[in-house]
Ligand binder design. Sequence first.
Ligand code: GLA
Length: 385
Amino acid sequence: MILTWNDVAEKFQKYFGQPPAWIVRAPGRVNLIGEHTDYNEGFVLPLAIDRAIWIALRPRQDRTVAVYSVDFQQQKEFSLEGLRACQDGWLEYLKGVAWVLQEEGFRLTGWEGVLVGDVPQAAGLSSSAALEMATARAFAAVSEIAWDPVRMALLGQRAENRWVGVQCGIMDQLVSAAGQAGHALLIDCRSLHTEPVPLPAGTAVVVLDTGTRRGLVDSAYNERRGQCERAAKAMGVRALRDVSVEQLEAAASRLDPLTFRRARHVVTENARTLEAAEAMRQGDKHRLGQLMNASHQSLRDDYEVSSDALNRMVELARSHPACYGARMTGAGFGGCAVALVDQAGADDFVRTVGPAYQQATGHQPALYVCQATQGAEARTGCQIG
Ligand code: GLA
């Protein structure tokens, strides 16, 4: 079930016996195309989805943050003074954001609230980035900090890199902070310029969760990052963003075959992402679908971050007549695929592909038709119902 502002207000009311002062929401995301390009300063084309992390809260007089997680049924708290990282599960994301905001010189107010979400965890839909952006939005609301989506996304990324210890790029936080309803966001991960690009009329975006979770993803992710950095260095450029397909072909003899294939994925993916944005501006769903298919092939064969479950899900999705294109999405090795399908056939697609996948693999899938929503938002309690 998808949460609403009212549901979240009620959860606060139930827990605290009063309405909240603020409710914030920050969405998860699905990436249409542009995978493993963000940390190469390239292009990505994600959308913020109608599954989000929510916090209903009220300010406190002291410097404590106290949160009840509805999903974990846990109450936890921390002080804004002398923050120290320990392994306290979901609370570390909130602490990391508090730490980075204070490091930036913001004077933070304490608060208490309830935390609830409907973004599946560890599925590749960026529940962590959503939690970071919801936390930043909560602090911004009670501490009267102006909401600058790009700055907040960068701070969320820094919290993830330095507090949580995951070396992610900027895509997830930025689309969670700055997404636009009805649109994907073309992000230039070097300039951080964002451009909303409309989803083609008559199409639906379907997330297909394979029910498999990514093992070893962090080490494989960091290994890919290292290979990309080495390729850029060997080619004498700051990042693979600066390399064209022709330049890469010409430099093939200077790269070992594995590094060459890794670089080829990134360089061709950047080109595909720009072309996909153009296809969307033209409403060309067929071309967009083809580019998504080509992206999957490149991730599977050159970048080697797909999995049997993802490949099977993508094949089954493509074999449905309503499907324009399908690919794995997110870091890979498990989690979700994404498909662009004809809106009129979306229900049948979901009804057919899910059971076919389960029959073929024995894994329990989950398929959702997603709406592209607004990035992180805050409302005062009075604005709700
Ligand atoms: C993860 C990271 C992102 C991005 C993708 C791959 O989601 O958090 O920054 O690198 O993988 O495109």
